[in-house]
Write a protein that binds this ligand. Structure first.
Ligand code: FAD
Length: 507
C-alpha cells in the first residue's frame, strides 16, 4: 500500500528526501551515479591524508529549524564534535598587511575600532546589523504549507531581523560598504576586497557573520564524508534503498505526469513520485528536455550569476604545521596559477584543528582559487594534464612562499579541478553552490514543483541562490511534506487563506 518515491541523486538533498520519505511512510529508492553518496559534500583519501572538499561551516549546529533537520537526519548525533572557530578568515594584501575577521562580533567590533577609531559609529552600526541578522530563522515548512500563524509568529519573534531583511534584501555588499563610507583607508580597502567587487548580497554577508557570532555555524570534526555517511546510515536504518554507480538519463512522463525514470543502461524504474535532487540544469533541460519550464525558471538560469568554479590543490605535509589562522586569504589580483589569472586571490586552509584529517604528526593544507569555467570547458587529454602540471608547480611555489622550507615536507599533492567536480556530480558549469546570492535574487527561490507536471518534485541547492547544505537538506524534507499533504497524510488547516497573501521576501 505504500507509495514509491524514486529520488535522482544521493547528495545531501537526495539523502534528506530519502530519510523523510521513509520516516513519513513511503518506499523510497535513491539512484546515485557516483560510487559514494554525498554529492558536493565529499572528501577523498590519499596515503592516509583526508582531503575535504566541502564542509567548513554548517548553519544550524546550535539551534533553529536547520538544527532540527541535522538531528533528524543523523548529521548531528551523540559523539559528533563541533568546533566554533574564533577567526573566520585572515586576509593578507600584497604588501603583507593583514586584516582579521573574527567570528565573535564583540571582539571584531573592538578590533575594528582599534584600527579605525574615526569610524567607530559606523562600525558599531554594522556590527549591530550583524547581531540582528543572526536572529533571522528560516521557516520550517515549505511556503505552500505555512499558516498565517507561522508568519505572525515570525514577525513577533524576529521583528528586527525582518526589518533588516527589508532594508538590505536588495542591496549588494558593494552598495552597503559604499554607504558605510569608512574614512579609514585600511578598512575601506579590505572591505571592498572582501565582498565589495561583485554583486554579492549584503544580507547574506550580515547573516553569515551573525550565525557565526551565535555559534550556530560550526564545523563538524571529521568533515564532509562522515557527515554524509551518517545520513546514508540513517537512511539505510529506516529501510531506504541506496543504489550507487547508476546514472539517470531521463524522467518518464505520461499525460503530464511523471511515472518513473530511465537509467543510462536503458533500464526503467517506475514510481508514484519522482524527485530530482540532481543538478538543476541537467534535470530541467536534459532529463525533462526543457518541457516544463516557468518564466521564472528560464529567467533564473539565463540571468542569475553562478558561483565561479574552484581549483583545489591539497597537500599532505609530513610534519605538524600549527596555526592560529586556519583560513587565510591572500589578495593577489592578476597573479597566475596555471592558466588562470586570479580575479582576487587565493585561500590557504590548514586543517590542523581536525586530527582526523591527517596521520599523527602530519598536516593537511589546502590551496583554493576561483577559475572561469570557460578555461576548462574544452580542456581535454594532454592539454588538461599539462594544465594540472603547471598548477602543481605554481602551487608548490606559493606554498613555499607562504611557509619557507615546506616544499621538502610535501608528501602528497592532489589537484581537483572544476572538471573533476562535473565528472563526479554533474554540477552545471562547475558552479559548486549553484546560483550566486546577489542583491537581485537573495530573497527569491525556485519552486519545488514544475508548471504542468504532476507527481514530480525538485530539491537541492539549485532552488536557492547561495545554495549550501542547510537549504539543500531542508528542501528534501519539504518535498516529502508536500507529498504527504497531497496524499492526505497530514491534517490541514484552513486558517491560512486570508493571510496567504502576506508573503515575506524570504520565500
Ligand atoms: C568546495 C565547496 C565548499 C563548500 N562549503 C560549504 C560549506 O562550508 N557549508 C555549506 O553549507 N555548503 C558548502 N558547500 C555547498 C554544499 O556542498 C552544496 O550546496 C550541497 O552539498 C548541495 O547538495 P545537493 O544535494 O543539492 O547537490 P549535490 O551535492 O550536487 O548532489 C547532487 C547529486 O546528484 C547526483 N547526480 C547528478 N546527476 C545524476 C544523474 N543523472 N543520475 C544519478 N545521480 C546524479 C550527483 O552525483 C550528486 O551526488 C560547498 C561546496 C563546495 C563544492
Amino acid at each position: 500500500m505504500r507509495k514509491k518515491i524514486v529520488i535522482i541523486g544521493g547528495g545531501v538533498a537526495g539523502l534528506s528526501a530519502g530519510i523523510y520519505g521513509q520516516k513519513y511512510g513511503y518506499d523510497t529508492e535513491i539512484i546515485e551515479m557516483h560510487t559514494l553518496p554525498g554529492g558536493q559534500c565529499t572528501a577523498w583519501d590519499r596515503k592516509g591524508y583526508c582531503f575535504d572538499y566541502c564542509l567548513h561551516w554548517l548553519v544550524g549546529t546550535a539551534t533553529g529549524p536547520f538544527h532540527d533537520i541535522w538531528k533528524e537526519t543523523g548529521v548531528i548525533a551523540d559523539g559528533v564534535k563541533i568546533i566554533d572557530h574564533e577567526v573566520h578568515t585572515k586576509i593578507v594584501d600584497e604588501q603583507g598587511n593583514s586584516f582579521i575577521l573574527y567570528t565573535n562580533i564583540d571582539r571584531w567590533e573592538k578590533y575594528l575600532i582599534d584600527i579605525a577609531p574615526e569610524d567607530a559609529a559606523t562600525i558599531r552600526g554594522m556590527c549591530a546589523d550583524m547581531r540582528k541578522g543572526a536572529r533571522l530563522e528560516p521557516f520550517s515548512a515549505p511556503p505552500e504549507l505555512r499558516s498565517p500563524l507561522d508568519y505572525l509568529r515570525a514577525i513577533c519573534k524576529m521583528p528586527r531581523a525582518i526589518m533588516l531583511m527589508m532594508k538590505y534584501g536588495n542591496k549588494s555588499c558593494r552598495d552597503y560598504f559604499k554607504k558605510l563610507n569608512f574614512k579609514n583607508k585600511r578598512l575601506s580597502f579590505f572591505f571592498n576586497n572582501l565582498y565589495g567587487e561583485r554583486d554579492f548580497s549584503a544580507l547574506a554577508f550580515l547573516m553569515m557573520l551573525g550565525w557565526f557570532y551565535h555559534k550556530n555555524a560550526g564545523y563538524l570534526v571529521g568533515g564532509s564524508l562522515p557527515m554524509t555517511a551518517r545520513m546514508a546510515e540513517k537512511y539505510a536504518a529506516l529501510g531506504g534503498t541506496l543504489t550507487l554507480g547508476r546514472k539517470v538519463k531521463s524522467i518518464i512522463v505520461e499525460n503530464d505526469t511523471s511515472i518513473g525514470i530511465t537509467l543510462a543502461d536503458g533500464s526503467v524504474i517506475e514510481a508514484d513520485y519522482v524527485v530530482s535532487a540532481a543538478d538543476g540544469h541537467a534535470t530541467l533541460y536534459d532529463m525533462l528536455e526543457g518541457e516544463y519550464l516557468s518564466d521564472k525558471i528560464k529567467a533564473a538560469y539565463a540571468e542569475w550569476p553562478l558561483f565561479t568554479p574552484l581549483v583545489q590543490v591539497s597537500f599532505g605535509i609530513d610534519k605538524r604545521v600549527p596555526t592560529e589562522f586556519p583560513v587565510q586569504t591572500y589578495l593577489a589580483k592578476g597573479c597566475t596559477i596555471g592558466g588562470t589569472v586570479l580575479d582576487s586571490g587565493y585561500t590557504i586552509m590548514n586543517y590542523c584543528f581536525d586530527p582526523t584529517m591527517a596521520p599523527e604528526g602530519k598536516t593537511v593544507i589546502v590551496l583554493r582559487y576561483e577559475t572561469p569555467w570557460e578555461l576548462w570547458r574544452d580542456l581535454e587529454g594532454d592539454a588538461y594534464k599539462a594544465e594540472k602540471r603547471q598548477i602543481e608547480q605554481d602551487s608548490r611555489a606559493i606554498l613555499e612562499q607562504y611557509l619557507p622550507g615546506i616544499a621538502a615536507h610535501i608528501e602528497v599533492i592532489d589537484i581537483a579541478t572544476p572538471k573533476t567536480d562535473v565528472r563526479y556530480t554533474g554540477v552545471w558549469k562547475g558552479a559548486y553552490e549553484g546560483f550566486m546570492p546577489t542583491s537581485k535574487n537573495i530573497t527569491k527561490s525556485l519552486d519545488t514543483t514544475l508548471p504542468g507536471l504532476k507527481n514530480f518534485y525538485m530539491c537541492g541547492q539549485w532552488l536557492f541562490p547561495g545554495g549550501g547544505l542547510p537549504p539543500s537538506a531542508q528542501s528534501g524534507k519539504w518535498v516529502v511534506q508536500l507529498m504527504r499533504k497531497k496524499d492526505n497524510m497530514v491534517p490541514h488547516t484552513n486558517l491560512c487563506k486570508i493571510v496567504g497573501m502576506v508573503r515575506l521576501p524570504m520565500q
